[in-house]
Write a protein that binds this ligand. Sequence first.
Ligand SMILES: *Cc1c(COP(=O)(O)O)cnc(C)c1O
Length: 363
Amino acid sequence: MRPTRVTVDLAAITANVAAFVDHVDGALVCPAVKADGYGHGDVPVAEAAIAGGAQRLCVATVDEGIRLREAGISVPILLLSEPTAGMVRAVVDWDLMPTVYSLSFVEALASVTTSPKSVHLKVDTGMHRVGAALDQAVAIALTVTRQPTLVLEGVWSHLAVADTDPDYTALQRDRFGGVLDELASVGIEPPLRHLANTAGIFLGREYWYDMVRPGIGVYGLPPHPESVGPLDLAPALRVESAVSHVQRLSAGERPSYGRRRPLKVDSTVVTVPIGYADGYWRGLIDADVLIGGQRYPLAGTVTMDQIMVDVGDADVRLGDEVVLLGRQGGEEITATELAGRLGTINYEIVCRLGPRLRRVYET
Ligand SMILES: *Cc1c(COP(=O)(O)O)cnc(C)c1O
C-alpha cells in the first residue's frame, strides 16, 4: 500500500468534544462534521464526537446528512443551510433537521410532512451569507408555527468575526437577543437558541445560549492563528509518508518542475510520494517536512504526486517516515503553519486533504 496517509486520533476528537461539553455548562454541543469532518472523515469523527458527549451534529448538505444516517448515526442532524425546495422529501425521509429562512421552503416542507417535524430558523444578524433578514424573522417563525406538522425547535444565527472583532460580535449578539425578544412577544420561545462557533464559544457564556456549534476546535485547531482559547484541545490529524527515492546531487542542480531552487551545496535530495493531488498544495514550495524529528525544506516545486526534500548531509534512507503535517519527535508542523505559508486558514488545509489519501483511524 502507498505509505502516504492521514492518521486521525479519534481519542483526541472524543477528548476535545468532552472538553467543550464540560466547558459550556449544560448547553448542548452540536459539533460541525461538514466537509467530511473537516477532512478527518465524517463518520468516524461523528462517532468519536458522540462518545465525547455530543448530543447532536451539524452538516452543510443533505448528502452529508444522509451519509451519517446510512452509517447508523441516530442523533439529530442539523442542516446549516436551507436545502433547495426540491430536496424536502429527502430531508424528511432521512430524518434530517432543516434550517429554514424562506417562506417557499417552509411551505414546501409542510406539504410533504405528515408527522411533527422540527426545524430551526436561521436569522442573519450580520454575517450576510444566508438567513432570514432581521425584519422577516418573526413572519417566518409565525408561518412555521402555523403549520400543523412543523415544530420550531430552534432559532439561531452565525458570527462573522468572533475571532477578530469583539464589537461587531457583540452587535450580532444584541441583534440576536432582539429577535428572541420579538419572538417571545408573539408567544414563540424555541427551546434551542444557538449562536456560537468555536471562536464564539471562547468568548464566554453570553454566547452559549442552549447549544453551541464547535467545528475547528473539535479537531484541536485554533480558529485564528493567535487564538489562545480557554480549552486544552489536541490536534487529531497527521499527514505522513515515507521516503521513496534517495539521490545525491551536486551544488547548482535545480530539482523539480521549473527548476526554481538551485542547491547551494552538494546535498542529498529525497523524494516523497505526496503532491498537490493529495491536497499538499503546490504553493507550499517554502514548507518544511519532518524526517527523523528534524525539519527539512522542500528542494523545489510540489508536483502532482511527489515532492523532493533537501536533507543536506543527513543520513536519510529509503522508507524513512516523513511527516508533512503533525508531530514527529520534538518537532511539529501545524495546519496553521502551512496555512500561513499559503495565505489561507487552517480550516482550508485540513478540508482539502484529498480522497486519494488513505485515512487510518487510531483510537
Ligand atoms: C462551520 C460552521 C460552524 C463551526 O465553525 P468553527 O469556526 O469551525 O467552529 C458553526 N456554525 C456554522 C453555521 C458553520 O457553518
